[in-house]
Design a protein around this ligand. Sequence first.
Ligand code: C5P
Length: 231
Amino acid sequence: MNKDVIIALDFPTGVEAVEFIDQFKGRKPFVKIGMELYFAEGPDIVRALKGRGHRLFLDLKLHDIPNTVKRTMAVLSKLDVDMVNIHAAGTSAMMSAALEGLTRPDGSRPLLIAVTQLTSTGPEALKDELLIDVPMEETVLAYAKNAAWSGLDGVVCSPLEAAKVKERCGTGFLTVTPGVRFDGGDAGDQKRVMTPAMARAGSDYIVMGRPITQAPDPIAAYEQAVEAFLG
Ligand code: C5P
Protein backbone atom coordinates (compact mmCIF):
# COMPACT_ATOMS: atom_id res chain seq x y z
CA MET A 1 0.00 0.00 0.00
CA ASN A 2 1.40 3.39 -1.03
CA LYS A 3 0.62 5.83 1.74
CA ASP A 4 1.17 9.44 0.68
CA VAL A 5 0.34 13.10 1.22
CA ILE A 6 -1.68 14.62 -1.63
CA ILE A 7 -1.53 18.39 -2.15
CA ALA A 8 -4.85 19.91 -3.28
CA LEU A 9 -3.93 22.41 -5.99
CA ASP A 10 -6.97 24.63 -5.48
CA PHE A 11 -5.89 27.51 -7.72
CA PRO A 12 -7.97 29.49 -10.22
CA THR A 13 -5.42 29.28 -13.04
CA GLY A 14 -2.94 26.79 -14.40
CA VAL A 15 -0.15 29.37 -14.23
CA GLU A 16 -0.59 29.70 -10.47
CA ALA A 17 -0.83 25.93 -9.95
CA VAL A 18 2.30 25.21 -12.00
CA GLU A 19 4.24 28.07 -10.43
CA PHE A 20 3.29 26.73 -6.99
CA ILE A 21 4.25 23.12 -7.64
CA ASP A 22 7.47 23.99 -9.47
CA GLN A 23 8.80 25.43 -6.19
CA PHE A 24 9.20 21.82 -5.07
CA LYS A 25 11.97 21.35 -7.68
CA GLY A 26 13.21 17.72 -7.65
CA ARG A 27 10.42 16.52 -5.34
CA LYS A 28 7.29 15.38 -7.10
CA PRO A 29 4.39 15.48 -4.63
CA PHE A 30 1.19 13.58 -5.42
CA VAL A 31 -1.23 16.37 -6.47
CA LYS A 32 -4.98 16.81 -6.70
CA ILE A 33 -6.80 18.83 -9.34
CA GLY A 34 -10.30 19.82 -8.29
CA MET A 35 -13.19 21.48 -10.05
CA GLU A 36 -11.83 25.03 -9.84
CA LEU A 37 -8.61 24.30 -11.71
CA TYR A 38 -10.08 21.71 -14.09
CA PHE A 39 -12.97 23.93 -15.15
CA ALA A 40 -10.51 26.78 -15.73
CA GLU A 41 -7.93 24.85 -17.72
CA GLY A 42 -9.42 21.53 -18.86
CA PRO A 43 -7.31 18.48 -19.72
CA ASP A 44 -4.25 20.61 -20.55
CA ILE A 45 -3.48 21.14 -16.87
CA VAL A 46 -3.65 17.37 -16.31
CA ARG A 47 -1.17 16.83 -19.13
CA ALA A 48 1.11 19.60 -17.85
CA LEU A 49 1.30 18.13 -14.35
CA LYS A 50 1.60 14.52 -15.48
CA GLY A 51 4.31 15.65 -17.91
CA ARG A 52 6.22 17.02 -14.90
CA GLY A 53 6.13 13.57 -13.31
CA HIS A 54 3.48 14.02 -10.61
CA ARG A 55 0.99 11.37 -9.60
CA LEU A 56 -2.44 12.92 -9.96
CA PHE A 57 -5.90 12.63 -8.39
CA LEU A 58 -8.59 14.22 -10.58
CA ASP A 59 -11.21 15.21 -8.00
CA LEU A 60 -14.32 16.02 -10.06
CA LYS A 61 -16.79 14.21 -7.78
CA LEU A 62 -19.19 13.09 -10.49
CA HIS A 63 -22.82 12.62 -9.46
CA ASP A 64 -25.36 12.14 -12.26
CA ILE A 65 -27.43 9.40 -13.87
CA PRO A 66 -25.47 6.17 -14.52
CA ASN A 67 -25.31 6.56 -18.31
CA THR A 68 -23.91 10.10 -18.12
CA VAL A 69 -21.32 9.13 -15.51
CA LYS A 70 -20.29 6.05 -17.49
CA ARG A 71 -19.74 8.09 -20.66
CA THR A 72 -17.87 10.81 -18.80
CA MET A 73 -15.62 8.25 -17.15
CA ALA A 74 -14.84 6.78 -20.58
CA VAL A 75 -13.61 10.24 -21.61
CA LEU A 76 -11.57 10.66 -18.40
CA SER A 77 -10.03 7.20 -18.88
CA LYS A 78 -8.12 8.65 -21.83
CA LEU A 79 -6.31 11.03 -19.51
CA ASP A 80 -3.31 9.56 -17.76
CA VAL A 81 -4.60 10.21 -14.21
CA ASP A 82 -3.94 7.95 -11.22
CA MET A 83 -7.21 8.44 -9.30
CA VAL A 84 -10.71 9.78 -10.01
CA ASN A 85 -13.87 9.98 -7.93
CA ILE A 86 -17.66 10.04 -7.81
CA HIS A 87 -20.26 10.57 -5.08
CA ALA A 88 -21.42 7.37 -3.38
CA ALA A 89 -24.81 9.10 -3.04
CA GLY A 90 -25.28 8.38 -6.76
CA THR A 91 -26.04 4.77 -5.66
CA SER A 92 -24.46 1.46 -6.65
CA ALA A 93 -26.00 1.63 -10.15
CA MET A 94 -24.04 4.82 -10.80
CA MET A 95 -20.86 3.50 -9.18
CA SER A 96 -20.87 0.28 -11.25
CA ALA A 97 -21.53 2.29 -14.41
CA ALA A 98 -18.61 4.59 -13.56
CA LEU A 99 -16.31 1.61 -13.14
CA GLU A 100 -17.39 0.20 -16.48
CA GLY A 101 -16.84 3.49 -18.27
CA LEU A 102 -13.44 4.04 -16.67
CA THR A 103 -12.02 0.63 -17.62
CA ARG A 104 -9.94 0.89 -20.79
CA PRO A 105 -10.10 -1.74 -23.55
CA ASP A 106 -6.88 -3.33 -22.21
CA GLY A 107 -8.46 -3.71 -18.74
CA SER A 108 -6.35 -0.99 -17.09
CA ARG A 109 -7.90 1.98 -15.28
CA PRO A 110 -7.14 4.71 -12.73
CA LEU A 111 -8.18 4.07 -9.11
CA LEU A 112 -11.86 4.88 -8.58
CA ILE A 113 -12.99 6.09 -5.18
CA ALA A 114 -16.30 7.40 -3.84
CA VAL A 115 -16.99 10.45 -1.70
CA THR A 116 -19.04 9.34 1.31
CA GLN A 117 -20.04 12.53 3.10
CA LEU A 118 -18.09 15.74 2.47
CA THR A 119 -15.79 16.64 5.34
CA SER A 120 -17.49 20.05 5.41
CA THR A 121 -20.82 18.41 6.32
CA GLY A 122 -21.51 18.32 10.06
CA PRO A 123 -24.07 16.24 11.99
CA GLU A 124 -26.67 19.05 12.03
CA ALA A 125 -26.69 19.48 8.24
CA LEU A 126 -26.82 15.70 7.82
CA LYS A 127 -29.95 15.51 9.93
CA ASP A 128 -31.71 18.83 9.19
CA GLU A 129 -30.88 19.34 5.51
CA LEU A 130 -30.06 15.95 4.06
CA LEU A 131 -32.73 14.33 6.26
CA ILE A 132 -30.42 11.46 7.16
CA ASP A 133 -31.36 10.29 10.63
CA VAL A 134 -28.59 7.80 11.34
CA PRO A 135 -25.32 9.13 12.82
CA MET A 136 -22.60 10.43 10.48
CA GLU A 137 -20.34 7.44 11.07
CA GLU A 138 -23.09 4.94 10.17
CA THR A 139 -23.86 6.87 6.99
CA VAL A 140 -20.22 6.94 5.95
CA LEU A 141 -19.78 3.23 6.70
CA ALA A 142 -22.93 2.27 4.78
CA TYR A 143 -21.85 4.37 1.76
CA ALA A 144 -18.38 2.79 1.95
CA LYS A 145 -19.87 -0.69 2.01
CA ASN A 146 -21.94 0.15 -1.11
CA ALA A 147 -18.82 1.46 -2.84
CA ALA A 148 -16.88 -1.71 -1.98
CA TRP A 149 -19.78 -3.86 -3.13
CA SER A 150 -19.86 -1.93 -6.44
CA GLY A 151 -16.20 -2.82 -7.04
CA LEU A 152 -14.61 0.54 -6.23
CA ASP A 153 -11.11 0.82 -4.79
CA GLY A 154 -11.91 2.98 -1.79
CA VAL A 155 -13.58 6.08 -0.43
CA VAL A 156 -13.01 9.70 0.44
CA CYS A 157 -13.98 10.16 4.08
CA SER A 158 -12.89 12.10 7.13
CA PRO A 159 -9.84 10.80 8.97
CA LEU A 160 -12.18 10.37 11.94
CA GLU A 161 -13.95 7.56 10.08
CA ALA A 162 -11.05 5.99 8.14
CA ALA A 163 -10.09 3.23 10.58
CA LYS A 164 -13.73 2.12 10.90
CA VAL A 165 -14.06 2.03 7.10
CA LYS A 166 -11.11 -0.38 6.98
CA GLU A 167 -12.65 -2.54 9.70
CA ARG A 168 -15.90 -2.74 7.76
CA CYS A 169 -14.57 -2.98 4.18
CA GLY A 170 -11.13 -4.61 4.58
CA THR A 171 -7.61 -3.22 4.97
CA GLY A 172 -7.04 -3.17 1.21
CA PHE A 173 -9.95 -0.79 0.68
CA LEU A 174 -8.41 2.68 0.27
CA THR A 175 -9.19 5.61 2.53
CA VAL A 176 -8.43 9.06 1.13
CA THR A 177 -8.94 11.72 3.75
CA PRO A 178 -9.24 15.49 3.38
CA GLY A 179 -10.07 17.51 6.49
CA VAL A 180 -6.45 17.39 7.70
CA ARG A 181 -5.04 20.27 9.71
CA PHE A 182 -1.84 20.90 11.63
CA ASP A 183 -2.31 21.17 15.37
CA GLY A 184 -4.08 24.48 16.07
CA GLY A 185 -4.49 25.22 12.34
CA ASP A 186 -7.52 27.07 10.93
CA ALA A 187 -10.22 24.50 10.00
CA GLY A 188 -11.83 26.91 7.48
CA ASP A 189 -15.02 25.30 6.13
CA GLN A 190 -13.98 21.79 7.18
CA LYS A 191 -15.99 20.32 10.06
CA ARG A 192 -14.49 16.85 10.63
CA VAL A 193 -10.73 17.35 10.99
CA MET A 194 -7.63 15.57 12.36
CA THR A 195 -3.86 16.17 12.32
CA PRO A 196 -1.56 14.30 9.88
CA ALA A 197 -0.07 12.30 12.78
CA MET A 198 -3.50 11.22 13.99
CA ALA A 199 -4.59 10.32 10.46
CA ARG A 200 -1.71 7.87 10.21
CA ALA A 201 -3.62 4.95 11.73
CA GLY A 202 -6.52 4.76 9.28
CA SER A 203 -5.69 6.81 6.18
CA ASP A 204 -3.85 5.66 3.09
CA TYR A 205 -3.73 9.12 1.57
CA ILE A 206 -4.25 12.44 3.31
CA VAL A 207 -5.32 15.41 1.18
CA MET A 208 -4.11 18.82 2.32
CA GLY A 209 -4.86 22.06 0.52
CA ARG A 210 -4.78 25.37 2.33
CA PRO A 211 -2.50 24.28 5.21
CA ILE A 212 0.19 23.75 2.52
CA THR A 213 -0.74 26.08 -0.35
CA GLN A 214 -1.29 29.07 1.93
CA ALA A 215 1.58 28.40 4.32
CA PRO A 216 4.34 31.03 4.45
CA ASP A 217 6.75 28.22 3.52
CA PRO A 218 4.77 25.59 1.55
CA ILE A 219 7.74 23.24 1.17
CA ALA A 220 8.34 23.19 4.92
CA ALA A 221 4.60 22.63 5.52
CA TYR A 222 4.60 19.72 3.05
CA GLU A 223 7.70 18.21 4.67
CA GLN A 224 6.06 18.55 8.08
CA ALA A 225 2.95 16.73 6.82
CA VAL A 226 5.03 13.96 5.21
CA GLU A 227 7.11 13.54 8.37
CA ALA A 228 4.05 13.40 10.63
CA PHE A 229 2.03 11.11 8.35
CA LEU A 230 4.69 8.77 6.99
CA GLY A 231 7.33 9.04 9.74
O1 C5P B 1 -7.82 23.32 1.85
P1 C5P B 1 -8.27 21.99 2.33
O2 C5P B 1 -7.16 21.20 3.01
O3 C5P B 1 -9.53 22.05 3.16
O4 C5P B 1 -8.61 21.20 0.99
C1 C5P B 1 -9.27 19.96 0.98
C2 C5P B 1 -9.47 19.52 -0.45
O5 C5P B 1 -10.11 18.26 -0.45
C3 C5P B 1 -10.35 20.46 -1.27
O6 C5P B 1 -9.81 20.47 -2.59
C4 C5P B 1 -11.71 19.80 -1.27
O7 C5P B 1 -12.41 20.04 -2.47
C5 C5P B 1 -11.34 18.32 -1.17
N1 C5P B 1 -12.34 17.45 -0.57
C6 C5P B 1 -12.86 17.64 0.71
N2 C5P B 1 -13.81 16.81 1.22
C7 C5P B 1 -14.22 15.76 0.51
C8 C5P B 1 -13.70 15.53 -0.77
C9 C5P B 1 -12.74 16.40 -1.27
O8 C5P B 1 -12.45 18.59 1.39
N3 C5P B 1 -15.09 14.90 1.02
